[in-house]
Ligand binder design. Structure first.
Ligand code: GTP
Ligand code: MG
Length: 195
């Protein structure tokens, strides 16, 4: 898909600020630094609309990006950032849980993990949480450019096994550097919106 128009609508801290209009939403979840913002930028062909940084834990709000006036990407703050206080972590958990379980126009969650590593405990929890609530998941394994192609299958197996992956879900190896998996990701997103 070629994106001509993309803009940030709001950085929300509470449900009252979520955009109205009922457009379908696709949320991005994953540990801090896994590449959520880079994924959005790659899909919409922008360098830095969704802010990326070398500083993990930077995205602290739910950031809604309007794409082609037809759908919204919701950049969710990353988990697993050590330097966050317990209180902040609990607040974060509440905000995400409310959004993920109550938002009617949420069509799917793109759950990102790092292709290089076995999933963390939090990655596993997030995936199982989404399965429990029957929220459609698109699993995206990022930073594919950092692993030689010949080893992709092995890494994919490790991730699937740890997550107890449901083979009905989409699994996409992705790279924001080479754009690997970009078209597959768009297809999965459009499918999720159509369902
Ligand atoms: N080599 C490589 N680097 C990547 C890829 N995706 C992201 N990165 C790098 O990883 C770092 C973190 O990327 P972000 O997109 O900011 O990660 P995030 O998940 O949005 O992080 P938070 O907002 O802190 O939760 C940046 O330095 C990116 O350039 C990828 O596919 N390949
Ligand atoms: Mg980010």
């Amino acid at each position: 898909m070629k994106v001509h128009h993309a803009e940030i609508v709001i950085s929300a801290v509470s449900p009252a600020q979520y955009p109205e209009g009922g457009l379908p939403e696709i949320a991005l979840s994953g540990r801090s630094n896994v590449g959520k913002s880079s994924f959005i930028n790659t899909l919409i062909d922008r360098k830095n609309l969704a802010r990326t940084s070398s500083k993990p834990g930077k995205t602290q709000t739910l950031n809604f990006y309007l794409i082609e006036n037809s759908l919204l990407f919701v950049d969710v703050p990353g988990y697993g950032y050590a330097k966050v206080s317990k209180t902040e972590r609990a607040k974060w958990g509440q905000m995400i849980e409310t959004y993920l379980t109550k938002r009617e126009q949420l069509k799917a969650v793109v759950s990102l993990v790092d292709l290089r590593h076995a999933p963390s405990q939090e990655d596993i929890q997030m995936y199982q949480f989404l399965k429990y609530y029957d929220i459609p998941v698109i699993l995206v394994a990022t930073k594919g450019d950092k692993i030689p192609r010949g080893k992709w299958n092995k890494h994919e197996s490790v991730i699937k096994k740890a997550l107890d992956f449901d083979n009905n879900d989409e699994f996409i190896i992705f790279s924001s550097v080479t754009k690997e998996g970009k078209e597959q990701a768009w297809q999965a997103i459009q499918q999720a919106i159509a369902d």
